[in-house]
Design a protein around this ligand. Structure first.
Ligand SMILES: Nc1ncnc2c1ncn2[C@@H]1O[C@H](COP(=O)(O)OP(=O)(O)OP(=O)(O)O)[C@@H](O)[C@H]1O
Length: 217
């Protein structure tokens, strides 16, 4: 479902080139959930950015939902991302001027695959029913996180990329949101790649890999 081969990425920094990885390979099977671990600064977020097509790899190939991502131009990549990828990063990027219901539907609508029944299922399962008319600034952190999860799932993506999706929440709220998230991901049949620093959360997924010195182990 997702295959990355020979990925290379070097950032130019004021101190000179910083090589994050030079020949990284990764396979994520359909419906599989994979925890991506590793110490701070090892390149986990960079890898997610490359897989999401938000950052360009220097070399290598990324095949996702039957498409070679690196062969697409910026516009095609943005369209592809909307249709096939669910993204839950630390910055939730909810749209401040849209209420909960419209935030949830926004990506699915522009991707042309808005499914009202699925949206209502998500609203119910994420317990957002009484909040649909509220705006992001009127929600708690946990509620905003549930909207971001709903938005990612609303497009029925092939792959979900999540970067510490409950990292900003207290442990109890985080656990509730994480349980819901993993249940919904499993029910949707999507593959999941999730960055986490928590062994406990990694243990809830099918498999884990650690990024160290630019390699996955
Ligand atoms: N845009 C950028 N320009 C230059 N260097 C960058 C850029 N983004 C990240 N880096 C550097 O690349 C390395 C990998 O960063 P990245 O954010 O991918 O790490 P991470 O494993 O996600 O870290 P953390 O667990 O702390 O979030 C770090 O040394 C970071 O300083």
């Amino acid at each position: 479902m997702l295959t990355a081969t020979g990925l290379c990425k070097t950032y130019n920094t004021p101190q000179g080139p910083l090589q994050v990885f030079s020949n990284l390979n990764l396979t994520l099977l359909q419906g599989e959930s994979l925890a991506l671990m590793g110490e701070s600064g090892c390149g986990k977020s960079t890898l997610l950015q490359l897989l999401a097509g938000l950052e360009q790899a220097d070399a290598g190939s990324i095949q996702l939902a039957g498409q070679q991502l690196l062969q697409l131009n910026d516009h095609q990549r943005a369209l592809f991302r909307r249709q096939h990828l669910g993204i839950v990063f630390q910055q939730l990027n909810l749209i401040p001027s849209l209420n909960v219901k419209d935030n949830l539907a926004f990506q699915a609508r522009i991707a042309g695959n808005h499914d009202l029944t699925w949206q209502q299922t998500l609203i119910q399962r994420l317990e957002l029913g009484r909040l649909t008319d509220r705006y992001p600034h009127q929600l708690s952190g946990g509620q905003q996180q549930r909207v971001a999860i709903g938005r990612a799932l609303a497009v029925k993506p092939a792959v979900i990329l999540a970067d510490e999706p409950t990292g900003s929440l207290d442990e109890r709220t985080g656990d509730v949101v994480m349980t819901l998230f993993l249940e919904l991901v499993r029910d949707s049949g999507a593959s999941l790649l999730m960055v986490t620093h928590s062994n406990r959360l990694a243990g809830l997924l099918d498999r884990r890999l650690t990024l160290h010195n630019g390699q996955l182990q």
